[in-house]
Design a protein. Sequence first.
Length: 272
Amino acid sequence: MRLLPGSAILFAVCVALLPMTVCAQDGPSAIRAFDIKTTEKLGLLMAEQADEAANADEVLAAQQRNAEQDGIVGWIFDPAPGQSRVRFLRQRDGKVEVAYDVGGGKGRPTKFSVPTRRELTPREIAQFNARQLAARNIEKPCSPVYNTLAVKDPGSDRWLVWALATAPEPGAVAIGGHIRFTISADGTTVISRDALSLGCIVITPEPPPPGKKSMAALVTHLVSDAPVETHVFVNLLYDLPLLVEVPGQSMWQIERGHIRRLDGAVKTHAAR
């Protein structure tokens, strides 16, 4: 899995930069919780979508396409089983339309195409609107650039959109600073906004020795009593095992996208 921090293709959003270590809320607040299986699934969907978008970015470079020159205003993801695609959008004559597609899906050949039918479906318009809306509602930013990902809300017709903080330098990993929005089905109304960490958390894990696995990174989680989907996302994206400590309650291990509660874990200092 890979993500291109600040990539125009990932529709990065520039925001006012606050110091990386002081982007904290006044205190913990309740966030919308999912069961462990749903959390794992959401993290996997996020990582797969980010991977598809990064792959599409490489395809466009190979096609010698320039998103800025082509007037690209964003992208949406169509997760059709076995034939997913990233659809790059441009604005023309006051309307947003499809500029080109990069499709293929996991394990399938990647194909670049310029569609003859450029109109968006209502669902595609709603996804684009939802991502735009989330990008405009980032508060207390933890990085100058955010990326957004969107999937359908499990069990409803709404959207979940994540505004994902980016790390300041190569090799660093943004664990915190991410925000989850629940947005109406038409993409025009924020239903709820959940800060998925209490502050900005950036770590720089040591690369593993040749032939060895990465060591687990230990972080403290303060806004819910179990890990959230962005922990799974980071684990998959960077192939980075995580230990997530909920102070006074529990310790959790995340590896290969799976969450497991540890019994009798010894408390230690962690990134918060």
